[in-house]
Ligand binder design. Structure first.
Ligand code: F6R
Length: 259
């Protein structure tokens, strides 16, 4: 796991966008794993800027991490809508190449299996963007999630519903249930880039990077993945014991290595 501590959201977005751009130049039909929430927004803005300067997404396939269950079609808070509004609708990804779990499915287990199959049929995710919940969740794998889990329905913890209420008109409107890629699903992505900013993420970052691998911090399972990049601002990195070592390693890294 590589930890990179940067001065703020802009340089974090630039570095994540560099990795995505390098991937697309090398593999124009790459499969991107997309997160929603606030953390990836500066990355999406940066990618939109690069698209206007010629970065091509016409052959890219994309898979969202998660979706709320039971929101009416077209609800502005649904992740299908958020992904379209914030990213895929702003670059030239073809709408039919953007997939997400089906939060309106009558048969949820069958929809989860179909989603997993679609990822497999696309050849797997090349680069997965992740945010981090204040309780250590990735996707919507809340504490206690099986470290081997696959796409399935989960119940949100109340802290997550409160954290996400800002995207709805009030807390009561935030669904209790979601469909999320499992931790086992996320671990199959070939490169994972996790973004976290702000002091409210500091404890979860410490548990993820330096804690034991344990279901109480689902993100800690990323310690088992061979290629994870954790991009942090100073506030999110403020509880890390080995922060100076991470800075030193990144500063002295040969630039040809990339992320
Ligand atoms: C969103 C997702 C969540 C968020 C996490 C952090 O698709 O899977 O895990 O990444 O809740 O959200 P923000 O970035 O809003 O702090």
């Amino acid at each position: 796991m590589e930890v990179v501590i940067l001065p703020g959201a802009k340089p974090i977005a630039a570095l994540a966008a560099d990795a995505i751009e390098a991937l697309l130049r090398n593999k124009p039909d790459a499969v991107l794993g997309l997160a929603t929430g606030s953390s990836p927004l500066p990355v999406y803005e940066e990618l939109e800027r690069r698209h206007r300067r010629g970065l091509d997404f016409s052959r890219v396939r994309a898979f969202a991490l998660d979706e709320y269950v039971g929101l009416p079609p077209g609800h502005p808070g649904s992740y299908r809508e958020v992904i379209r509004r914030e990213f895929t609708g702003r670059v030239n990804i073809r709408p039919e190449n953007v997939h997400g779990p089906d939060g309106e499915a009558a048969d949820v287990p069958a929809a989860c299996r179909a989603f997993e199959e679609a990822i497999r049929a696309a050849g797997g995710v090349d680069l997965q963007l992740l945010g981090l919940g204040t309780d250590g969740h990735i996707g919507f794998n809340e504490p206690g999630s099986s470290l081997a889990s696959r796409t399935r329905i989960k119940t949100l913890v109340e802290q997550t519903r409160r954290d996400n209420a800002r995207f709805f008109s009030n807390l009561a409107e935030v669904p209790h249930h979601v469909i999320t890629q499992g931790l086992g699903t996320i671990l199959e992505a070939r490169h994972v880039i996790l973004l976290a900013t702000g002091a409210q993420k500091a404890q979860a970052v410490r548990d993820l990077v330096e804690g034991p691998v344990a279901a109480i911090c689902p993100a800690s399972v990323l310690q088992l993945h061979p290629h994870v990049t954790v991009l942090l601002d100073e506030a999110a990195a403020s509880s890390l014991r080995l922060a100076d070592y991470y800075r030193h390693s990144y500063d002295s890294k040969p630039r040809w290595q990339g992320l």
